[in-house]
Design a protein around this ligand. Structure first.
Ligand code: RUB
Length: 332
């Protein structure tokens, strides 16, 4: 690789894999940033070669982490436009401009979406609320932060989120704003649930039936919330909704390395193995509503959001939307 941008692009891919870049929204923005780097720093002057470089970068990003649907959605947002320009005979500079514009648009829209979710979601948080959250979600935190900045007094239970302890990041972020935080172990969620008014979490993917894929442990928290009649909210930008699930595909749940759970040297017997799924699925009936940048929807309306926002209504249109085989087995 002679182009210095390629080094930066590989670094982004490695950082996503190693979770130095993490959280569904940030993963998508970083992958799109890689496409931006590829377009801006291309050393060719030929539109066909440029499109190839963009698609190669897209494929590299698609191989990083499988669950966050924001990643393929963000990549498609850009590649779809680049391909369209290329099909209509765009010159090198037009193709580059179109791609750069699409990348910037996606990144800006996604940042604006989080702000909007904060604004909308904060209206559903009441003064004096006791909240609970899991993992580290920018969208969920924005709701809490906005409510707090609007003068609502809050207390937030934050689960540490084994095995990677993203809950510590959340505790730090909320703590830095002066919000009272109680850091608890994951298995203490039910113990405290009766005290909690609202649980708010983020999402890596929302399927067409309104099921939410989020950090492992979310569904257990939803179960405990339902049992104690505690509201359960999800904060998710519309680019986390999965068009593939409209046509029967399942969201792939990432299985991470066993060493995240226990060092292999500490496993004494060969009959012991470790399972480390990184996400789980919360069924729609456990979710009160999903806060999107377009408004609050019941989870059952996920299908409508997919149809309206993404304009995907038939398998043929999905194929067009997919733009190319990004989801081939070896890439995820
Ligand atoms: C992060 C996680 C977050 C969602 C939403 O998992 O499950 O709740 O990605 O985050 P990981 P955001 O740490 O494995 O990436 O709202 O920031 O997109």
């Amino acid at each position: 690789m002679t182009n210095p941008a390629h080094i930066e692009i590989s670094r982004i891919a490695e950082d996503i894999i190693a979770m130095r870049i993490r959280g569904a929204g940030e993963i998508a923005r970083s992958a799109v940033k890689a496409l931006l780097l590829a377009a801006q720093n291309s050393q060719t002057d030929n539109p066909t070669d440029l499109l190839e470089e963009i698609e190669e970068t897209a494929k590299l990003m698609m191989r990083t982490r499988p669950t966050a649907v924001s990643l393929p959605n963000g990549i498609r947002y850009v590649v779809h436009r680049a391909r369209g320009a290329s099909r209509s005979g765009a010159s090198f500079s037009t193709l580059r401009e179109t791609t750069v514009k699409a990348c910037n648009e996606f990144i800006e829209n996604s940042e604006m979406a989080i702000e909007k979710i904060g604004e909308i979601g904060a209206r559903r948080i009441l003064d004096g609320d006791v909240l609970m959250t899991h993992c580290d979600s920018s969208a969920a935190l924005k709701v809490i932060e906005t409510a707090w900045r609007n003068g609502k007094r809050l207390k937030v239970y934050v689960t540490e989120t084994r095995p990677r302890f993203q809950g510590r990041i959340t505790a730090e972020r909320l703590g830095a704003l002066g919000i009272p935080v109680i850091l608890i172990i994951d298995s203490a969620a039910r113990y405290f649930m009766n005290e909690v008014d609202r649980v708010i979490v983020g999402a890596d993917a929302v399927s067409a039936n309104g099921a939410v894929v989020n950090k492992i442990g979310t569904s257990m928290m939803a179960l405990a919330a339902r049992e104690s009649r505690t509201h359960f909210f999800v904060a998710a930008e519309s680019y986390k909704f999965s068009p593939e699930t409209m046509f029967g595909e399942l969201v792939k749940i990432e299985e991470r390395d066993a060493s995240e759970v226990i060092p292999p040297s500490e496993i004494k017997y060969r009959s012991i193995s470790v399972a480390n799924p990184s996400f789980d699925v919360t069924p729609p009936e456990y979710i009160d509503f999903i806060i999107t940048e377009r408004g609050i929807i019941p989870p059952q309306a996920a299908i409508l959001l997919l149809q309206q926002v993404l304009g995907v209504v038939t398998p043929e249109e999905l194929e067009e939307f997919q733009t190319y085989e990004l989801r081939e087995e070896e890439s995820i």
